[in-house]
Design a protein around this ligand. Structure first.
Ligand code: GLP
Length: 253
C-alpha cells in the first residue's frame, strides 16, 4: 500500500521480506537512472534484507555498481575495521564484497584514528567533493536517532563525534558478546549532511518501531526526536512493514 502526505511517501509492506524488496527496488531504480549515483548507506539489523536483495539483483539481473560511490552514515569509535561488529566489516560482509563497486569509491568514517575532528572534517569534505548524496538510506533508532544523531537540545549539523545514549548502547549490545564491548562513542554524519541528500529513504520494521515512526511522521519537529526533521525534507520515502506502521495506519485513513 502506498500513501502520499505532501512531500512524504509511505510504502507499507506486509512483512520484512516485502519491505526489503521494495527498498531494494527503489535503490536499484536510482542506480539504473543514474549509474554514477552517490549513495548514503546505513547499517543496523533493518537494511540487511535490502542488501541481500541488492546482491541478488547484481548477480541475477546485472545491477551495475561499477560507477556508484557510497558514503556510510556512521561508525563506532574506537573500533578497528577488522572487528566483525564494525560498520566497515558489516558493509563488506552484507554488500560490498558481493557486488562490483569500485573499492576506491567506498567511504566509511574511520573510527580508529587519533584525530577524530580531522576525520570528521575530511569526511564532510569528501561528500561535498563527490557532489553531495543523491540517495540516502536511513534506519531509525527506538529513540528516533538517524545515523547516530541522538536526541539532544539542538541538531548537530555536520559529521561529528557522538557519545552514544545508554538506550542505544543497550539496543546495539545484541550484536556484541556483552554490553561492555559496545563502543561508547561513534562518528556520525550530521543532520544537515543527511538533509542535504536529494532523496531520503527510511526503513523500519517490527512492533518496537511503531511508536517512533508515528512521532517521526506526525509529531513535533524537534531535536529530541532527530528523525522528525525529515518532515521538512522535500523528497522523503518511508518503507515500513505493517508492524512498524501499526500506529500510523489509523491516521492515514
Ligand atoms: C544503529 C545505527 C543506525 C540504525 C539504528 C537502528 O545504532 N547507527 O544507523 O538505523 O541503530 O538499528 P536497527 O536497524 O538494528 O534497529
Amino acid at each position: 500500500m502506498k500513501y502520499k502526505l505532501n512531500n512524504i511517501q509511505i510504502y507499507i509492506e506486509s512483512n520484512y521480506e516485502k519491505m526489503s524488496k521494495q527498498a531494494a527496488y527503489l535503490l536499484a531504480s536510482q542506480i539504473r537512472l543514474n549509474s554514477q549515483s552517490v549513495l548514503g548507506l546505513a547499517t543496523g539489523g533493518t537494511p540487511v534484507g535490502m542488501y541481500k536483495e541488492l546482491v541478488r539483483m547484481h548477480k541475477e539481473e546485472g545491477l551495475d555498481f561499477s560507477q556508484v560511490s557510497s558514503f556510510n552514515l556512521d561508525e563506532y569509535c574506537p573500533i578497528s575495521r577488522d572487528n566483525p561488529q564494525s560498520y566497515y566489516y558489516y558493509m563488506m560482509d552484507n554488500l560490498f564484497k558481493h557486488i562490483n563497486i569500485d573499492t576506491d569509491r567506498i567511504n566509511i568514517p574511520n573510527g580508529n584514528v587519533e584525530n577524530i575532528e580531522e576525520e570528521c572534517k575530511n569526511y564532510e569534505n569528501k561528500i561535498i567533493k563527490a557532489g553531495g548524496i543523491d540517495f540516502q538510506v536511513l534506519g531509525i533508532g527506538n529513540n528516533g536517532h538517524i545515523g547516530f544523531n541522538e536526541p539532544d537540545d539542538k541538531f548537530e549539523a555536520f559529521t561529528h563525534l557522538v557519545y552514544l545514549d545508554e538506550g542505544t548502547i543497550e539496543a546495539n549490545s545484541r550484536f556484541f558478546d556483552s554490553i561492555d564491548e559496545v563502543p561508547k562513542k561513534a562518528i556520525s554524519m550530521g543532520i544537515k549532511t543527511i538533509m542535504l541528500a536529494k532523496k531520503i529513504m527510511l526503513l523500519a520494521n517490527g512492533k518496537n518501531k511503531a511508536a517512533i515512526i508515528k512521532k517521526t511522521i506526525f509529531g513535533e519537529i524537534t531535536p529530541k526526536v532527530p528523525a522528525s526533521i525529515l518532515q521538512v525534507h522535500p523528497d522523503v520515502t518511508f518503507v515500513v512493514d505493517e508492524e512498524a506502521a501499526s500506529e500510523i495506519i489509523p491516521l492515514l485513513k
